[in-house]
Design a protein around this ligand. Structure first.
Ligand code: ATP
Length: 483
């Protein structure tokens, strides 16, 4: 498993993710997606939207606002319950989530070894004196305070007056925007149960201990589905969504062995949930939540009906009865998903005695799909042909032209950002005094480093097949040459 520092450094060096406000020293836990990062994250979101909305007849989309009526958060329970237990170190003043104290290595001054300082692995006792952690895990000296409940919502003021009447909150989840629009969507789209509403958007949580790069930040993006079902069919639908969502990540390249399901214990369930299971990914810091799939029962619709005074019921034509649907919620993080796809794609290999770093993204997710490279940048006909080909391919895929280094370096550069295919234009393509042009270009595969030669006029058709995974087949037809 690659360590996070390597991912952070590659992301910065190659324009995926930068520290926010870096020139001012950075803002804690905020990150900016650079030119390649925004492409990657957009591709993750697009794949999710297509699979969750476009390909399904029982789903529709929504884009609700971040600022909502403050009563929403009273009704949803977030004002009273959306808290984490926080403890402070009396010596170094650092703050921690009381329920995550054993998740990291802890600092220990061991009396059995004359007070020597050790970093003890997460959750384990010191192997010299056998004691467990009781003091601050960061400084190893201070006592910790009793836990206090800390509300994670960001408070702000709506309008020009900063008084209590104007207080509102940045949404801590996109879900509530869906619940308050339940009736609007039901009526305007004439939906029939079971059906779902999907939304992608920003959410904000004033996390006590953000960290692990983009894994836990205070501003992040969610991809949420609220799927409304008749009461009584909720358990079956919950299982169906769990299976569906668990199969989604491998479809875009995540290795099965790096995914697992974790059932929430009863005492861990959120205030609204009947059952929740997390899809966990083996991140560099260990198994951590990628997506939560919860059975939210009829809690939210009932709460909003009560607090708003509006009926949020569904009329069942068959039984001629009004019912409040149950809700299954697959809630994924766009940033955590993007990070998982990045980590999972990272490979280091040795090729001809040199290190090759590759991101083997599924072509669907790769930020750049094709790089067009001229073999000789001083040959006008080569450059002209390559530029024209790149412009043509751009109509359909994100393609780039690059002539700023030797071909070997250009290939490595594209490997490192995960470009699945490079197209090279050479002397043979355009011809010279000695030999006529063959009007063919070389296509090189990132994963196999094999090359095939195809007519310029059929590059687009061949590319469409390659993007769909036909490299092996086409290469076999052609008789391939190794790089
Ligand atoms: P955790 O236990 O890690 O704090 P959670 O159980 O509070 O997460 P949910 O409320 O289930 O998270 O949120 C759904 C999804 O939103 C998560 O699975 C995750 O992908 C994403 N998410 C939640 N909080 C953050 C955050 N602070 N930064 C990035 N993504 C987040």
């Amino acid at each position: 498993m690659v360590d996070m520092d390597k991912i952070v450094s590659l992301c910065k060096r190659r324009g995926f993710i930068f520290q926010s406000s870096e020139i001012y020293g950075g803002t804690g836990s905020c990150w900016d997606y650079g030119p390649l990062g925004v492409e990657l994250k957009n591709n993750v979101k697009r794949a999710w939207w297509r699979d969750s909305v476009q390909f399904r007849s029982d789903m529709v989309g929504l884009d609700s606002s971040i600022l909502m009526h403050p009563r929403v958060w009273k009704a949803s329970g977030h004002l009273d319950h959306f808290t984490d237990p926080m403890v402070d170190c009396r010596a170094c003043k650092k703050r921690f989530r009381a329920d995550k104290l054993e998740d990291d290595t802890w600092v220990h001054y061991c009396e059995a070894t004359k007070g020597n300082k050790f970093a003890v692995p997460a959750g384990e006792p010191c192997n010299h004196c056998g004691t467990k952690r009781t003091l601050c895990p960061a400084c190893g000296k201070g006592d910790l305070t009793e836990p206090r409940q800390f509300n994670l919502m960001f408070k702000t003021f709506m309008g020009p007056v900063e008084d209590d009447a104007a207080v509102t909150y940045l949404r801590p989840e996109t879900a509530q925007g869906i619940f308050v629009n339940f009736e609007n969507v039901l009526q305007s789209m004439r939906m029939k149960l079971p059906f779902g509403i999907a939304q992608i958007g920003k959410a904000f949580r004033n996390e006590i201990t953000p960290g692990n790069f983009t894994f836990r930040t205070r501003e992040f993006e969610q991809m949420e589905i609220e799927y409304f079902v008749p009461p009584g069919s909720d358990e079956e639908w919950h299982q169906r969504w769990l299976d569906e969502r668990f199969a989604w990540y491998p479809k875009y390249g995540i290795r099965q062995e790096n995914l697992r399901l974790r059932e929430h214990e009863k005492d861990e369930l959120a205030h609204y949930a009947k059952r929740t299971a997390d899809i966990e990914y083996l991140f560099p810091m260990g198994w951590s939540e990628l997506e939560g799939v919860a059975n939210r029962t009829d809690f939210d619709l009932k709460q909003h009906a009560q607090f708003s005074g509006k009926s949020l019921e569904y009329f069942d034509e068959e039984t001629k009865q009004k019912i409040v649907p149950y809700v299954i919620e697959p809630s994924a993080g766009a940033d955590r998903g993007t990070l998982a796809f990045l980590v999972d794609a990272y490979r280091e290999e040795e090729v001809k005695g040199e290190k090759r770093v590759v991101l083997n993204f599924n072509p669907e997710l790769a930020p750049i799909k094709i790089a067009v490279l001229p073999l000789l940048k001083k040959n006008e006909r080569i450059v002209e042909t390559a530029k024209k080909l790149c412009t043509d391919l751009r109509q359909r895929w994100h393609a780039v032209y690059d002539d700023t280094a030797s071909i070997g370096r250009l290939y490595r550069r594209q490997d490192e950002v995960g470009t699945p295919f490079c197209v090279t234009v050479d002397v043979q393509t355009v011809g010279d005094d000695k030999s006529p042009s063959d009007d063919k270009v070389t296509i090189r595969s990132r994963d196999t480093m094999q090359q095939i030669r195809v007519p310029v006029t059929s590059v687009e058709t061949v590319m469409a097949k390659l993007m769909a995974g036909a490299w092996g087949e086409i290469a076999a037809e052609q008789g391939v040459t190794k790089n």
